[in-house]
Ligand binder design. Structure first.
Ligand code: SPV
Ligand code: MG
Length: 292
C-alpha cells in the first residue's frame, strides 16, 4: 500500500495522457495487474460478485467488497479505485462507505446513479433504474463531505446511456454531477460500438476528466481514447475474472480428459511462481532474522 494512493492517482490523471487500470477480484489478481504494468486496480463489484458465484446486483454486502478491496490495497503499491455501486443505499450509507473505503487506503471511489438494489450494467434486458438527479447530487455532496483527504477522488458514474435514456439525459446528469462537485465523470455504455461514448465525449463541455469502461466496445484502443482528448482514465472492467475462468476451465477440462495432471502440469504456471506471488522470499528473510 502507498501512503497517499489518492495523491498518486490524482497526479497520474493530471500528468499522463491516459491512466489505465484493470479489474481485480482479490489480492493475487491485483498483484498480477500491478506486475503487468497497470497504473492502478479497479476493485470491481462485477468481478467480486462473479468470484462468489452470484449476480452483480447489490447482493454482496459493503463489508465483503471492502475487505476484498483492502486485501488488494495491502498487496500492491499502485492505487485502488473502488467500485462502490450505488453507495449501498442513500446518502447516509454513502457517508458510511466513504469513511471506511478511505480509511482502508483506497485512492478513489466510483458511485453510480442507479437505484439500490442495482442490476449489473452490461446485462441484456437488465433492470436499469436511474435515481433522481437531486438525490444523486445529495449522494455526491455526502461523499465530498465525508472524505478527509481532498485528493481522495469521488467519481460520479452516469448510467443514462445504459438505461436507454439518451444523450441529452446523459449530458444533463454529467453536468449536474460535475456542478455538485464530482472529481470525474464515468460515462458507461453497453453499445457494441464506441459511437455512443464518442458522441458523448466529443459533445461534452465537462471540465473534469471523463472515465470510460470499454468492455462492450473493445475496439476502442488507448490510442483512440487519447485522441478524443477529454478522457483521462480507462477501466478494463472484467478481464481479470474472464481470463481466470478461461484458464481454469481449460486446465480442469484437460485434467478430466487426461485422467491425470501429466499434460496440464506443463501448461500452467509452476508452484514456484505461486510462491513468488505469495512473497514467500520475504517470509524466509523474516524467519532468518527473527526465528530463534
Ligand atoms: C464492474 O466491473 O463492476 C463495473 C463495470 O461496474 S461493469 O460491469 O461494466 O458495469
Ligand atoms: Mg460494478
Amino acid at each position: 500500500m502507498t501512503a497517499n494512493a489518492a495523491a498518486v492517482l490524482k497526479r497520474s490523471l493530471r500528468d499522463k495522457p491516459l491512466t489505465a487500470i484493470i479489474g481485480a477480484h482479490n489480492a493475487l489478481s491485483a498483484r498480477l495487474a500491478e506486475q503487468a504494468g497497470f497504473d492502478g486496480i479497479w476493485a470491481s463489484g462485477f468481478e467480486l460478485s462473479a468470484a462468489y458465484g452470484v449476480p452483480d446486483a447489490s447482493l454482496l454486502t459493503m463489508t465483503q467488497h471492502l475487505e476484498a478491496a483492502r486485501a488488494m490495497a495491502e498487496a500492491v503499491s499502485v492505487p485502488i479505485v473502488a467500485d462502490i455501486d450505488t453507495g449501498f443505499g442513500n446518502a447516509v450509507n454513502v457517508i458510511h462507505a466513504i469513511e471506511r473505503y478511505e480509511a482502508a487506503g483506497m485512492a478513489a471511489v466510483v458511485i453510480e446513479d442507479k437505484l439500490f438494489p442495482k442490476d449489473t450494467s452490461l446485462l441484456a434486458g437488465g433492470r436499469q433504474e436511474l435515481v433522481r438527479i437531486e438525490e444523486f447530487e445529495g449522494k455526491i455532496q455526502a461523499a465530498l463531505a465525508a472524505r478527509r483527504n481532498p485528493d481522495f477522488l469521488i467519481v460520479a458514474r452516469v448510467e443514462a446511456l445504459i438505461a436507454g435514456a439518451g444523450q441529452a439525459e446523459a449530458k444533463l446528469r454529467a453536468e449536474r454531477y460535475e456542478a455538485a462537485g464530482a472529481d470525474a465523470i464515468l460515462i458507461h455504455s453497453k453499445s457494441r460500438t464506441p459511437a455512443e461514448v464518442v458522441e458523448f465525449v466529443t459533445k461534452s463541455d465537462l471540465k473534469v476528466p471523463i472515465v470510460l469502461v470499454p468492455t462492450a466496445y473493445p475496439e476502442l484502443t488507448e490510442e483512440a481514447i487519447i485522441a478524443l482528448g477529454k478522457v483521462k482514465l480507462v477501466i478494463y472492467g472484467n478481464h481479470g475474472i474472464r481470463a481466470a475462468v478461461t484458464g481454469m476451465q481449460e486446465a480442469f477440462r484437460q485434467i478430466r480428459a487426461d485422467r491425470g495432471i501429466h499434460n496440464v502440469d506443463k501448461q500452467i504456471v509452476s508452484v514456484e511462481r505461486i510462491f513468488e506471488l505469495q512473497n514467500v522470499a520475504l517470509m524466509k528473510k523474516r524467519e532468518k532474522n527473527f526465528l530463534r
